[in-house]
Design a protein around this ligand. Structure first.
Ligand code: NAD
Length: 427
């Protein structure tokens, strides 16, 4: 029987390969291969029917060498400690590559919110905080929403943290509603960040963004705002795609003249599913799931799921494609990377391209800690500066060393964390 995929083993293998390129010492490698701290705990909840159910919770702090840990909390029935460890490790590299003074963390509860009432979910949030209150907070570890957790969950968690500590600490958690310490611009941040990096890549290639054509996978938060900004900058988006829950299939929606984001939004539900009947009525071609990948465009943006551009389908990418910018986490497999290299496609790796979200969460934390909130334009301007700087630092290194962009991004991130550990005298 084949061994099951283990995300943490993969994160460690990626790290080992880059540690070798960077010639890190044995002690440093051992330090950064493992999370610094892990908390495993039980969360007993009195259910609505009077019974008591015990959930399992985790918080993993991979590295706080560069600053407080940062990372989401997932509520998922298939959550495992190794998934949380891997995600915490990747958060360390993501924060480092965009050079924000934070480390990496991740948390989770094994549960399915679909089966829980709002009261039961609130109890899980409050009880999760009670278990780790001494070990999280604005100067230690700052959680945020992730899969199946939302701003309401964050408010319950913040409220419980403040009850325990007896003060106001909105910077203890991010992803809160704007009415209670959330940052303006967070909704746009990831999609816009993807396009800031695409814009800079085009500049380096001397290709004007005006008239550029793109095709996107997905039409959720990331894809919607990426499409909107690219069109605002003079580009055309010819296709997007989405998952349809009525027949469990994905479809591509194409308009060679360019999609109208506002129209598509008016026929898209809150889960990012485009209504295929209404799209067809409005003249959009409704094509199969993979059609987004095969378009005659210069830019491809996978912004839906992991594992989408693979050894099997990467050959279908059109010869005119110049840039693939990964809005989603892990959309490209290592086999596909090899094909992209052969095709000469410039890849902007996920933990750089989609780092706009965590960068804006950092801005939320900064605003909360100083109790002074910025207008949206200021948030987006600072986001643009951070993403642009990070993009050029990685591209400069990739060019100087002739490394693939993904490897260059890892080299910068891991070197920054290693330097912080070294300066602190840890390794
Ligand atoms: P979302 O849930 O808002 O949207 C997901 C979109 O993908 C929806 O349109 C859905 O219909 C579509 N989709 C799902 N399965 C599909 C399939 N098989 N084929 C085509 N389309 C499919 O999610 P999001 O917040 O936009 O996140 C998208 C990706 O970006 C995820 O990988 C996420 O981890 C990553 N990401 C998001 C953020 C953020 O701030 N939202 C930050 C960093 C990374």
């Amino acid at each position: 029987m084949s061994k099951e995929f283990n995300a943490f083993e993969m994160a460690q293998r990626q790290f080992d390969a880059v540690a070798e390129k960077l010639q890190l010492g044995e002690g440093m490698r051992e330090l950064l291969r493992w999370p610094q701290r892990e908390y495993h705990f039980t969360i007993p909840i009195k259910m609505d029917d009077g019974s008591v159910k015990v959930f399992k919770g985790f918080r993993v702090q991979h590295s706080d060498a560069r600053g407080p840990c940062k990372g989401g909390i997932r509520f998922h029935p298939q959550e495992t400690i190794d998934t949380v460890r891997a995600l915490a490790t990747w958060m360390t590299w993501k924060c480092a590559v965009v050079d924000i003074p934070l480390g990496g963390g991740k948390g989770g509860v094994i549960c399915d919110p679909h089966d829980l009432s709002a009261r039961e979910q609130e109890q899980i949030c409050r009880n999760w905080v009670r278990q780790v209150a001494r070990n999280i907070g604005p100067v230690q570890d700052v959680p945020a929403p992730d899969v199946m957790t939302n701003p309401q969950h964050m408010v319950w968690m913040m409220d419980e943290y403040e009850k325990i500590t007896g003060g106001h600490f909105p910077g203890a958690i991010t992803g809160k509603p704007v009415e209670l310490g959330g940052s303006l611009g967070r909704t746009e941040a990831t999609g816009y960040g993807v396009i800031y990096t695409v814009r800079e890549a085009l500049k380096r290639m001397n290709i004007p963004i005006k008239g550029i054509k793109a095709s996107l996978q997905g039409f959720g938060n990331v894809a919607q705002y990426a499409a909107k900004l690219l069109i605002d900058l003079g580009g055309t988006v010819v296709a997007v795609s989405s998952w349809d829950n009525t027949d469990y299939k994905a479809y591509t929606f194409r308009n060679l003249e360019g999609i109208d984001v506002d129209f598509l939004l008016s026929i898209t539900d809150r889960f990012g599913t485009v209504d295929k009947t209404k799209a067809a009525e409005a003249g959009y071609e409704v094509l199969d799931a993979e059609a987004w990948l095969e378009q005659d465009v210069e830019i491809l943006i996978p912004a839906a799921l992991e594992n989408q551009v693979t050894g099997e389908n990467a050959h279908k990418i059109h010869d005119n494609v110049k840039i693939l910018s990964e809005g989603a986490n892990g959309p490209t497999t290592p086999e596909a990377d090899e094909i992209l290299k052969e095709k000469g496609i410039f890849v902007i790796p996920d933990f750089l391209a989609n780092a706009g979200g965590v960068t804006c969460s950092y801005f939320e934390q900064v605003q909360c800690n100083t109790n002074f909130f910025w207008p949206k334009e200021e948030v987006l301007e600072r986001l643009d500066q951070k993403m642009t700087l990070a993009f050029h630092a990685v591209t400069d290194l990739a060019e100087e060393t002739d490394e693939f962009m993904r490897d260059a991004a890892y080299m910068i991130a891991i070197q920054r964390v290693a330097t912080a550990c070294h300066l602190r005298g840890w390794a």
